[in-house]
Design a protein around this ligand. Structure first.
Ligand code: HEC
Length: 257
């Protein structure tokens, strides 16, 4: 999983920076900062990838709150990592300003820190540790969605189409990713048949049956914006509830293109 990169990088940066704080070594300081910056960049990439995946994922009553919690945790993590990186650059600048570089020999690139520099370092180290904790929680929430609820993992549904492969996050190679689909399948099939029922009674009169809107359509619109659209506008006379709209969208996601 992509999230392992920023986790490993942030942890390595933290270890190096603690070491630098204890034994003021300039070369190690540079390495630590480089790795922290890479951690920030890879976290950005992970969040973008996560946002794209969330766009395609099946939203059910069980998974919607998990998705939301994961998103909030990811935002908090991003803010913390950004803060830690800024604090770390500030601690570096303070330290560099203390004395001219010429006093430092390459053989022993040490430079004792003043009290003010040490304080800035301690803040940066605390922020790095908090970032590391936050990203671990975020990664765990993401893992729960994938492994406990089958989000992002292909699940075979029993209804409404016995042979249909419902892909929860775009096409997957068969056998890619282990899954415990029992609970997820039950949850998904119940949602799909509820959605089908609402479609027949509330939407089919105008839009026909089977629905002209398929999984590809849901992906193009984005599941959550489609749920909002339906709960505000469909049917035009008296729109369905957000919960019903979510069930309809899950049903539409089960329609092959
Ligand atoms: C009374 C007829 C009527 C009913 C019932 C109705 N719709 Fe619609 N629907 C329309 C019309 C007309 C439009 C196009 C105009 C608009 O966007 O408001 C539309 C547009 C849509 C669109 C956008 C299509 C696109 O290509 O952008 C979706 C999705 C949709 N309806 C879903 C539903 C769902 C789901 C239901 C049932 C909960 C439903 N509709 C019930 C008349 C209806």
């Amino acid at each position: 999983m992509l999230v392992h990169f920023p986790i490993a990088l942030l942890f390595t940066a933290w270890v190096l920076d603690v070491w630098t704080y204890r034994r003021a070594n300039l070369l190690r300081e540079q390495t630590g900062l480089l790795i922290l910056t890479l951690g920030l960049l890879s976290l950005g990439a992970t969040i973008v990838a996560g946002a794209i995946a969330a766009h395609e994922v099946l939203v059910t009553a069980t998974t919607a709150p998990l998705l939301a919690a994961h998103e909030h945790a990811a935002m908090l993590t991003a803010i913390l990592v950004l803060g830690a990186t800024i604090g770390r650059y500030r601690a570096r600048a303070l330290w560099r300003r203390q004395a001219p570089l010429t006093q430092v020999t390459l053989a022993a690139p040490r430079r004792p820190m003043t009290a003010a520099t040490r304080r800035a370092w301690r803040w940066a180290l605390a922020a790095e540790l908090a970032s590391f904790a936050a990203i671990t929680v975020t990664g765990t929430l993401g893992g729960q969605m994938v492994y406990d609820h089958g989000l992002g993992v292909a699940v075979t549904t029993a209804s409404p189409r016995p042979a249909a492969q419902v892909s929860l996050a775009g096409p997957r190679r068969p056998g890619s990713g282990s899954t415990r689909p029992g609970a997820a399948t039950a949850d998904v099939s119940a949602t799909i048949s509820a959605g089908q029922q609402i479609w027949q009674t509330t939407c089919a009169a105008c839009h026909g049956s089977p629905p002209p809107f398929t999984a590809a359509f849901v992906t193009r619109m984005g599941a959550r914006s489609l749920i909002t659209f339906i709960s505000q506008r469909m049917p035009p006379s008296q729109p369905v509830t957000p919960h019903q709209a979510q069930q309809i969208v899950t049903y539409l996601q089960a329609q092959s293109p």
